[in-house]
Ligand binder design. Structure first.
Ligand code: COA
Length: 168
């Protein structure tokens, strides 16, 4: 599928897509309202939003770090490179704005996302044991596995950080 990526207002992003990546509506509403959050949307040729990415600077990070808070692609549009292109677009922004690192956190059960982040050069920097057991009222299952630990991955930025060509 052809798609294009645009910088977007966080309020313009479809809530059902944001909830694909983060099951907590309270958390999503919280970071959408943050003044320093940045958002990108991927659009199908008919303009339907097929993917979203939200990112925000990490307060008090030792090196200036941009954290991806939410990344989601509609199920029918998955495995076509949309998430990779959204990650690259936010990385271009981070390079332009002088960030030194990008960060993303996910569950130990998130097999697909973890494969994507590792492919893009992210490496594990921290692990919060039993995070998903302590912070979510219901157990979360994905890829046939329960989410237990929260894994933080980071990537150092340099001019050669963009690894895949991006469609227009
Ligand atoms: C994770 C997600 C954003 C990936 O979006 P996508 O557009 O399908 O990803 P891409 O097509 O760019 O995938 C790039 C690579 O990531 C890996 N990958 C992505 N999804 C995968 C999956 N379900 N299983 C295994 N590997 C996967 C593959 O290596 C893939 O390359 P390939 O298709 O050439 O094998 C999407 O599956 C999604 O929205 N999931 C639900 C929400 C979610 O879990 N968000 C992340 C929260 S941290």
């Amino acid at each position: 599928m052809e798609f294009r990526i645009e910088q977007a207002s966080p309020y313009a992003l479809p809530m059902e897509l944001l909830l694909l990546a983060d099951p907590s509506p309270e958390a999503v509403k919280g970071y959408i309202a943050a003044p320093d959050v940045r958002a990108w949307s991927a659009h199908a040729p008919d303009s339907l939003v097929v993917g979203v990415l939200l990112a925000r600077p990490v307060p008090d990070a030792v090196a200036r770090t941009l954290e991806v808070l939410n990344l989601a692609v509609r199920p029918e549009a998955q495995r076509q490179g949309i998430a990779r292109a959204l990650m690259n677009r936010s990385l271009q922004y981070a390079l332009r704005e002088g960030f030194a690192r990008m960060r993303i956190a996910t569950a130990d059960s998130s097999k697909g996302p973890l494969a994507l982040y590792r492919q893009l050069g992210y490496a594990e920097t921290a692990r919060e044991a039993e995070y998903f057991l302590r912070h979510y009222p219901e157990p979360i299952f994905e890829f046939g596995r329960q989410a237990v630990d929260r894994i933080v991955l980071e990537k150092r930025l340099s001019a050669g950080s963009i690894q895949a060509p991006e469609p227009i």
